[in-house]
Design a protein around this ligand. Sequence first.
Ligand SMILES: CC(C)(COP(=O)(O)OP(=O)(O)OC[C@H]1O[C@@H](n2cnc3c(N)ncnc32)[C@H](O)[C@@H]1OP(=O)(O)O)[C@@H](O)C(=O)NCCC(=O)NCCS
Length: 128
Amino acid sequence: MLRQPWQQPRGSERVPADDEPGTIHALLLANEAAEPPVALAVGMLQPTTANQGQVRFMAVAPEAAGTGLGRRIMAALEAQARAAGLTEIVLHSREAAVGFYQRLGYTVVEPSHTLFGVIPHFLMRKQL
Ligand SMILES: CC(C)(COP(=O)(O)OP(=O)(O)OC[C@H]1O[C@@H](n2cnc3c(N)ncnc32)[C@H](O)[C@@H]1OP(=O)(O)O)[C@@H](O)C(=O)NCCC(=O)NCCS
């Protein structure tokens, strides 16, 4: 969901910030006992300043989309962000996901980059 549709290699969804102290990861598994584990939804939050974090690498498995998992991932990241003392979250949303983030209280600040040359993104923001 994050990379394969644009022929980006497995592993290119990983960034150095994944392992930095302060980065928050959220993961929902289909069944906690399943081996190997099957991820249904993921998201991460990277602190960008003393009071701001950025949500990145947010995705829900296609078969589970529209069932509230995206909302749960964002709620978990926001709760952890508040607990860490952050007061604002920003993110760069794909055009197709802007409505999702608006439902969760985010507002568009301005158009941002175009990923892989084809996916327009919008900078969005929410005060916690
Ligand atoms: C966008 C995405 C994260 C949404 O997750 P989801 O689990 O399907 O969303 P939820 O079921 O939690 O939906 C929460 C609310 O947002 C709405 N919503 C979900 N996706 C939406 C969309 N693309 N546009 C507008 N509204 C949307 C739902 O209808 C629901 O509204 P409700 O409050 O009336 O019930 C998911 O579909 C996805 O991974 N898409 C592909 C990858 C992607 O775009 N990632 C984001 C990169 S910035």
